[in-house]
Design a binder for this molecule. Structure first.
Ligand code: ZN
Ligand code: ZN
Ligand code: FE
Length: 760
């Protein structure tokens, strides 16, 4: 028999995801002998067998790997033939201070769900997991990944679990969080601040009972706590909003299963794939307009036609739905508005005992807090809008030297980012750095990432905004060189890095706000830029923003600013709904601020134009959540309206004509759907027109789109299609948020580039 030996090196996310048992199984299947070994840098394999079997083995490595594994590279080298008696898994071996990667948390697998049904030590056990599923990042305190360095350390394995843990062929071989009824974590029902039960059936009965009666329950989950109620009970939803301190945001909903979900939401095969993936993100879907079932109440989605839905991902969710009659429950982050999601048992009972019907806790500590991730399918691709559970802390793979760089991110929707070799470890969603709790979470997480990923900081990157908490955290961080990156340049650099672009491109950065180099508030930037620097070619006309940042919460102020710009005080004579809704005194105050230039910074933010129109259309005068105006306008858009408004392109881009025509449409009772769609079409044409002009003078064909505005499906799809028709190469975000959650990656890339060019 002609046997040979090969050595195989595999890099990527291959640890903590059941990779070695998988290698063992396929090696045995193909009759190969040899060994597999984890090191902290990669997985090493040596196999001996026939050429044919070795080839089949290598193919299978790539094709049949466990769902959460992410193979970056497989390298195969022939070695001297060596004969082994069998195939074995060798002890792990640490070769250096390098780390591989930490797996994100993985939704419970089908086999584990069967264990819950079966007689045995995991019957009805809600913490069942195996090497293919279960908690990872949320329980990891340090590396290398083994039980002693997770929050499972306080649970000593029983003989049955230990046997499975030590048996190579077992599905739980080296599954660090392995546990059962006899040895693992337990749930606890807490009512009025008192623990009343540890019996899971009893707990589930209570919880389903409360939900059925329209009650609200706080549930400790994988990466944090959720508030839950019946998604079809409008009263309960209202109560929940009130309890969260008037949180106006749309709530996410968990459906029983994919079939029930399809009754209420429009869904494509790509959306279905995201929903069912082991990452189990919240997917933004269009609500079905017509359904035989009761419709999802309007107050659930704050009146938007988009709904954020997800499927069960913890054993507890499945067990709860077995007892629930409703097909869907609200599952929104357990916190008060603007605070991070709760993870601490004591804090949960202290804050929520008196305002919820019950609290379900468990004694598996959450070490790394994660929120549910949010994605949206646009142009056939999954776009991550909030990157947390299931996605973090997997790195973004780049082709630049990112080593030792710490990027602090933006102020709202913050994520930070750390460089290690060519990998960029983008943190989980931290949130808005506007509460003490969020800031503490931010600082703690940075320290934790530095420790986990063995980062030796040598260069820092922040936004240019002097008042961002993130900027100040960076400035106070230590005596390292610091690169301050313009907000919109960071947006474009982030998208470039995701696509490994390192050249001159046309960058289009549209968002709400960002500190500009002229001291104004930017947000509609057309750049010629590379990773090192940018040239601002043009932007939307500046408009005074009366009251500065607080005006973003009151879109009517921006509407007044636009009206005044175009009509002077004459606009007060127009028959506009805005002038009935807002007291004359308040309007007068804003006019005085504009006329006397008191606290009226200038803004070119694209989001502000949408805000102004949302108020003119009597849709949002005072926002109850971030980007409410733009989201409501998008919600109105219809695909079959081709018209648009005029705009002007001189040194800057002007919308005076747009606003005039909109006012005329309003006064002529043109419906809101038409006006909103025409506005969107106008913005798409503005981008196309401007980018085309830049191409004709600069000869650059690559267009990079970034910024929160491109979360808008109609805008991103429309812009991309129109540009592609003119043979532009168009790049937009998928793996990294296009909103400020992606800023830190761009900061990291700019700092890396400047270091390479020896500018820092
Ligand atoms: Zn499993
Ligand atoms: Zn056990
Ligand atoms: Fe931004």
């Amino acid at each position: 028999m002609n046997e040979k030996s090969v050595k195989i090196l595999i890099t990527g996310l291959v640890q903590g995801v059941g990779f070695r048992p998988f290698v063992f199984r396929i090696a045995t299947r193909f009759g190969l002998t040899g060994w597999v070994q984890n090191t902290n840098e990669n997985v090493k394999i040596k196999v001996t067998g026939s050429d044919h079997n070795i080839n089949s083995f290598i193919t299978s490595l790539g094709e049949d790997a466990p769902q959460a594994a992410l193979i970056e590279n497989i390298s195969v080298t022939d070695t001297e033939t060596e004969y082994f008696a069998e195939f074995i898994i060798l002890e792990s071996h640490n070769v250096s201070d390098e780390i591989t990667e930490i797996s994100p948390d993985i939704a419970v697998c089908d086999e584990c769900l069967l264990d819950i049904e079966r007689e045995g030590n995991r019957k009805d056990y809600a913490f069942v997991n195996c090497t293919n599923c279960g908690p990872r990042f949320t329980i990891i305190e340090d590396l290398p990944y083994d039980r002693a360095r997770t929050t499972m350390k306080s649970f000593e394995m029983c003989p049955v679990c230990r046997h499975e843990y030590e048996t190579i062929t077992d599905r739980r071989f080296h599954a660090q969080p392995v546990a059962c009824n006899d040895c693992g974590p337990q749930y606890e029902l807490n009512i009025n601040g008192k623990a009343v039960s540890n019996d899971i059936k009893n707990i589930l009965d209570h919880v389903s009972g409360y939900i059925k009666k329209g009650g609200i329950v706080l549930l400790k989950g994988l990466g944090g706590m959720h508030l839950a109620c019946d998604a079809f009970n409008a009263k309960a939803v209202d109560k929940l909003r009130y309890l969260k301190r008037r949180d106006g945001k749309p709530f996410a909903v968990m459906f029983r299963d994919i079939d029930s979900l399809k009754q209420y939401a429009e869904i494509t095969t790509i959306e279905e794939k995201s929903l069912l993936s082991w990452k189990r993100p919240i997917v933004l879907l269009g609500k079905k307009r017509r359904t035989v079932r009761p419709i999802l109440p309007d107050n659930l989605t704050s009146g938007l036609n988009l709904v954020g839905v997800m499927l069960p991902y913890m054993p507890f969710h499945y067990m709860l739905f077995q007892r629930l009659e409703t097909d869907a429950i609200v599952l929104t982050s357990g916190n008060f508005s603007n605070e991070p999601i709760l993870i601490d048992n004591g804090e949960a009972t202290a804050k929520f005992s008196s305002i919820t019907d019950a609290i379900v806790l468990h004694n598996r500590e959450i070490f790394n807090r994660t929120d549910d991730s949010v994605v949206r399918i646009i142009d056939g691709k999954e776009r991550i809008l909030r990157r947390s559970r299931g996605y973090a802390p997997a790195p973004v793979r780049t082709s630049m030297n990112m080593d030792g760089i710490v990027a602090f991110g933006a102020e709202l929707t913050n994520c930070f980012c750390l460089g290690k070799g060519e990998k960029a470890f983008l943190s989980q969603h931290i949130g808005d750095l506007q509460s003490v709790e969020a800031t503490l979470f931010y600082e703690k997480s940075i320290a934790q990432f530095i420790k986990l990923f063995r980062i030796k900081p040598s260069l820092l990157a922040t936004d240019m905004h002097p008042d961002y908490i993130s900027t100040r955290t960076g400035l106070d961080f230590g005596t390292f060189p610091i690169v301050m990156v313009q907000h919109h340049h960071a947006h474009i650099a982030s998208c470039m890095t995701e696509h490994r672009l390192d050249e001159k491109v046309i960058g289009v950065a549209f968002d709400g706000t960002g500190y500009g180099t002229d001291g104004n508030i930017w947000g509609s930037e057309f750049f010629i830029c590379d990773l090192n620097d940018f040239k601002r070619i043009t932007h939307f006309n500046y408009i005074p923003l009366p009251g500065g940042d607080s005006a973003t919460e009151e879109p009517w102020r921006i509407a007044v600013s636009w009206l005044y710009r175009i009509y002077g005080r004459e606009f007060l004579k127009l028959d506009l709904p805005l002038l009935y809704k807002i007291e004359g005194e308040k309007v007068e105050m804003i006019l005085k601020m504009i006329e006397r230039k008191i606290n009226c910074p200038l803004t070119s933010g694209a989001g502000r134009l949408f805000d102004a129109v949302a108020s003119l259309l009597d849709i949002v005068h005072v926002a109850t959540f971030q980007a409410e105006g733009p989201m409501r306008l998008e919600s109105l858009v219809q695909n079959d309206i081709p018209e648009s408004y005029s705009f002007s392109r001189g040194e800057t881009i002007g919308f005076d004509g747009t606003i005039r025509e909109i006012i005329s449409d309003i006064l002529n009772n043109v419906d809101k759907v038409t006006i909103a769609t025409k506005l969107h079409n106008t913005i798409i044409l503005t981008i196309f027109d401007t980018v085309s002009a830049i191409r004709s003078t600069e000869g650059i064909n690559k267009v990079v789109l970034s910024g929160g505005v491109f979360q808008n499906k109609y805008l991103l799809t429309g812009t991309t299609e129109l540009l592609r028709k003119s043979s532009f190469e168009v790049y937009s975000h998928a793996l990294v948020p296009t909103n400020d959650g992606g800023i830190a990656l761009g900061q990291l890339a700019v700092a890396s580039k400047r270091r390479e060019l020896k500018c820092v």
